[in-house]
Design a protein around this ligand. Structure first.
Ligand SMILES: Nc1ncnc2c1ncn2[C@@H]1O[C@H](COP(=O)(O)OP(=O)(O)OP(=O)(O)O)[C@@H](O)[C@H]1O
Length: 655
């Protein structure tokens, strides 16, 4: 990974900055901490708040979404219906001798990568070892040494790694056997992978009767508000709900800092769309021209990771992306990531392979950001079809659907059943309900056939389940039923909307963006800078008096007060350190702007405004400076605009 200067990212220095400046820190550290739990410090908190604030503006405000705040505690029944109780699991394998536990796909990945490194060493190729990354590993992978691999084996390993997210438990077990994968620390055998459910279980209330879970995503709560939101939206479709809140997953092996944790902030959107008419989006024309790096299913199947750059219009027209609505959100996600500071060159969209998606999903694209840990999934964008609303409606009987008055009434010709219910009871006794249900469930084709049977033979045979005597064929005479073709006029159309779901992991995004905006300023000693865009930077302005001279103090206080009135966060650094040192301390916090108060300020109330990235300065009166700051932190102007508008200030101006 390189930074914007083209130099390799120095992860060790970046880590030191994040620790020193308290962006985030392991939770409960004095008790030796718990893997996968982190606390955010002051700049981390503000950065997170600014990212979610931008998210609200970019999605909720811009798209008129309906924001909800659903509970994290969720009854088990809800997650049973959604499929999470049975299927929300990762594959885990255990070394029975040492007791070490591995996430099966991570184990295969770790061992194959180590062998490929060993192969490079044996061939005398350069091997770049990232010391900071190595130091962070909880467990040291045993050095496989310099062992040459045959070209065919290298190809097989690389293809396996390219598809590592797509294997199920049995396939991972086969890979472990085929590649003779062992515990990388002890060399011991591992048992075949078993499913491990990732949800934290709990019970709700004092009686412990109501089983519950901490939610693993915000989605289910949102689906269950669907009917109320549709009503709130005056039955108008399409619409979207949105929710920002914590989710919990009992990850088998939390790792890579904020990238895989057990408690994290999610921001999710559930966009409800009519499945008829190709899932068009009314604003697709606004995003059609945007070019993105796509890694589609076909390319991955060939074992390649080569990106195809194309516009979203081209991708939807060629059916690479399933629908306009899905494509619209993929572009909106991209624009959001760029808006908060992600480097466009380090963003790609990877399509899920067919076996990687949930069985009900129509298509799914992940926004992945390139980091020193490789490409990391930060946002998932899935078309979940009508699955969630349908299963909850079926389980509860709630009408989780849309009822729309048709513009033109629809005439439907259909085979209608008439039952003589008075005779049903005496004929079928306690089986009559089951027989009735079986008749009502008959398809149109079967009804047509039975009407012929009744006409020809005077009786019809149907299969009935749940009879007192078990499942069996039942004979029904024409004195009990009649089946005839009728025309029905339908004025109301009822359908279950499909759901397009962009799901953002805020912690992963926050960390990846930090890597994207990090670079080192050249000088006697390299100094780290975090070039956050002003709207997301934790602190916007640094106020620095030239020295501790008492005349500067009231001016600094006045400026601070003015900026606070404009709701612009600022910090004063009136320490005795040199101006350069004070600025570089704040470069590490990503503070985009600095105002210096000097002797000229005392004379004429003008101030210099400094840009973090270029270190260029302009000089103007207090009101003009505050206005410039306001337009920069709101993202309305860039530093280039300000430089164009205001006179540049150089050191010679003082000398
Ligand atoms: N353990 C985690 N720690 C931090 N963020 C996470 C974690 N699991 C998921 N996320 C975030 O939530 C988003 C949506 O969740 P989703 O269920 O699609 O993830 P996932 O496919 O299960 O992730 P992975 O395959 O990496 O475990 C992800 O794109 C990611 O940003």
């Amino acid at each position: 990974m390189t930074t914007k200067t083209g130099k390799p990212l120095d992860q060790k220095s970046l880590d030191a900055i994040l620790k020193r400046r308290l962006f985030y820190t392991p939770a409960f550290e004095v008790y030796n901490g718990v893997a996968g739990l982190y606390d955010y410090g002051p700049p981390g908190c503000t950065l997170q708040a600014n990212i979610t604030d931008t998210w609200r503006k970019h999605f909720v405000l811009e798209e008129d979404m309906l924001e909800v705040d659903c509970t994290m505690l969720t009854p088990a029944e809800v997650l049973k219906t959604s499929g999470h109780v049975d299927k929300f699991a990762d594959w885990m394998c255990k070394d029975p001798k040492s007791g070490d536990i591995f996430r099966a796909d991570h184990l295969v990945e770790e061992v194959l990568e180590a062998r490929l490194t060993g192969n490079k060493k044996a061939r005398g190729e350069e091997v770049v070892v990232d010391e900071a990354k190595e130091a962070k590993k909880k467990r040291k992978t045993k050095d496989t040494g310099a062992i040459k691999l045959e070209d065919a084996v290298v190809k097989e390993y690389e293809e396996t790694l390219a598809r590592i997210d797509n294997y199920d438990g049995a396939e991972l077990g086969q890979l472990i056997t085929k590649f003779e994968i062992k515990n990388p620390v002890t060399g011991g055998d591992v048992l075949p992978p078993v499913a491990f459910n990732l949800m934290f279980q709990t019970s709700i209330g004092p009686s412990s009767n109501l089983a519950g879970y901490l939610r693993p995503e915000t989605a289910q709560g949102q689906f269950l508000t669907f009917q109320k939101l549709l009503e709130f939206n005056q039955q108008a479709m399409p619409f979207a709900s949105a929710c920002i809140g914590k989710s919990f997953r009992n990850e088998i092996s939390p790792r890579q800092g904020l990238l895989r944790v057990r408690e994290f902030l999610m921001a999710e959107i559930e966009h409800y769309v009519d499945p008829e008419g190709g899932k068009k989006h009314p604003r697709f024309s606004e995003v059609r021209h945007v070019k993105l790096g796509l890694l589609d299913r076909k390319v991955q199947l060939s074992g390649s990771t080569q990106l195809t750059y194309m516009t979203m219009g081209e991708a939807v027209d060629a059916s690479i992306v399933d629908s306009e609505t899905l494509g619209y959100f993929v572009v909106r996600i991209y624009l959001f990531l760029v808006r908060i500071g992600a480097d466009p060159q380090k963003i790609r969209f990877r399509q899920h392979m067919a076996n990687e998606m949930a069985h009900y999903a129509a298509d799914c694209w992940d926004a992945e950001l390139l980091t020193s840990y490789g490409w990391i999934e930060c946002v998932g964008c899935a078309d979940r079809s009508a699955y969630d609303l349908s299963v909850h409606a079926k389980k509860t009987g709630a009408p989780l659907c849309v009822r729309e008055t048709r513009k033109e009434p629809l005439k439907i010709e259909e085979w209608a059943l008439d039952l003589d219910k008075k005779k049903f009871g005496p004929t079928f006794k306690k089986d009559s309900k089951a027989v009735e249900a079986a008749l009502e469930a008959l398809t149109q084709d079967v009804r047509e056939k039975l009407s012929l049977d009744l006409a020809n033979t005077g009786k019809a045979e149907i299969q009935v389940t749940g009879l007192a005597s078990g499942d069996s064929t039942v004979e029904i005479g024409k004195d009990l039923i009649s089946i005839e073709k009728r025309t029905r006029v339908e004025h109301v159309r009822e359908y279950t909307p499909n759901v397009i779901e962009p799901a953002f992991g805020i912690g992963r995004i926050l960390y990846s963006v930090i890597e994207h905006v990090y670079w080192s300023r050249e000088g006697a000693e390299a100094r780290g800078v975090l070039s956050f865009p002003p709207p997301v930077a934790p602190t916007k302005v640094l106020l620095v008096p030239l020295s501790t001279h008492p005349d500067f103090k009231p001016l600094v206080q006045r400026l601070g007060h003015k900026l606070r009135q404009l709701e612009i966060s600022n910090r004063v650094d009136d320490s005795s350190a040199s101006i350069g040192k004070r600025y570089s301390r704040n470069d590490e916090l990503g503070t985009p702007l600095g105002v210096t108060v000097d002797f000229q300020s005392v004379k004429d109330h003008t101030f210099t405004l400094r840009d973090r990235d270029t270190t260029k300065q302009v000089r103007a009166d207090e009101q003009t400076i505050c206005k410039a700051i306001e337009s920069l932190v709101k993202g309305q102007k860039t530093w280039a605009d300000i430089q164009h508008e205001l006179p540049e200030f150089t050191q010679q101006d003082v000398d």
